[in-house]
Design a protein around this ligand. Structure first.
Ligand SMILES: CC(C)(COP(=O)(O)OP(=O)(O)OC[C@H]1O[C@@H](n2cnc3c(N)ncnc32)[C@H](O)[C@@H]1OP(=O)(O)O)[C@@H](O)C(=O)NCCC(=O)NCCS
Length: 259
């Protein structure tokens, strides 16, 4: 497997389907991660965390040459986990994780920050309240102008696309969601319309809808699931990889290299 600067690799894991891998993955986590896993109240959240971090660790520890030190992962100012920078090393491995409803999405590339977001909606979400709270008046109006049958999908496109951008930037919600714009009409293209402050122009962002890929790889039907990926650069291929390659111990090496 190669991690290249012009390609993003994607994996989808599922807590129910991949339960048998969770024990071994837990034992490979860093002690701080094991403590975090044990602190989750809901088993589904605990095992989603273990699947995401455990699969990530298998990916990082298989990299040749090593991308270490990956003991305790570094955290950016706003909490984004990453591989510590080693001067003189080949392109830095970049990754991002998202979990929702027992599914876990992992994206990895090198040399370019990446963000992913996955939402498996629960019933009873108050769309209007969230839109008023987090998004601009124009986005709220645009959402209201969608045909009623498209509003749920439109809301989750807006949410996952904005979260993916925020996570690529690495600032979490300290980056106001109303400070940039993305498309979210389910009938239209997926792209950044106005870039976040102090990032490349909208044209230079890549924003992809991963909804279909996630649905195809979910162990159980997830008709409302939505997912998106964002990178502040262009010219990337996406490649879905089989979950087993990170869930089964020691399946080959990973080579990070320029594309
Ligand atoms: C972490 C954050 C960026 C995303 O959280 P989230 O959508 O609740 O959760 P996700 O499962 O998608 O992402 C969590 C993962 O993102 C990564 N992460 C943590 N901080 C991050 C940051 N600042 N930037 C990018 N990624 C980050 C971590 O890998 C984390 O998972 P892990 O600890 O298990 O490894 C959070 O700051 C955030 O934005 N939360 C608000 C969500 C919200 O209420 N949105 C409202 C829209 S209507």
């Amino acid at each position: 497997m190669e991690l290249r600067t012009d390609r993003v690799l994607l994996w989808l894991f599922d807590v129910e389907r991949d339960q048998s891998a969770c024990g071994p993955l837990f034992s490979e986590l860093h002690s701080g991660e094991q403590r975090r896993a044990e602190a989750f109240l809901q088993p589904v959240d605990r095992w989603a965390f273990v699947l995401g971090r455990g699969a990530l660790r298998r990916l990082l520890t298989r990299c040749v040459p090593p991308v270490g030190p990956v003991g305790a992962l570094a955290e950016g100012r706003w909490g984004k986990p990453g591989v510590p920078v080693v001067p003189g090393e080949p392109p830095r491995v970049e990754f991002n994780i998202s979990h929702s409803g027992g599914r876990v999405l992992l994206a990895a590339t090198c040399g370019m920050a990446v963000g992913v977001d996955l939402e498996v909606p629960r019933p009873g979400v108050e769309f209007e309240e969230l839109l008023r709270r987090f998004f601009s008046a124009e986005e709220f109006a645009e959402w209201q102008s969608l045909p009623t049958a498209l509003r749920t999908a439109g809301f989750y496109h807006l949410w996952t696309r904005k979260e993916a951008v925020v996570k690529a930037v690495g600032r979490g919600l300290s980056l106001p969601l109303a400070s940039f714009q993305v498309t979210f009409d389910p009938r239209g293209a997926c792209r950044v319309v106005v870039a976040p402050p102090e990032t490349p122009s909208a044209w230079d962002w890549t924003l992809c809808d991963l909804t279909e890929g996630v649905r195809q790889r979910s162990a159980f039907e997830a008709p409302l699931a939505r997912a998106a990926l964002a990178l502040p650069g262009r010219g990337f291929e996406l490649e879905w990889r089989p979950a087993e390659e990170l869930l089964v111990p020691s399946l080959g090496k990973v080579t990070p290299r320029p594309g």
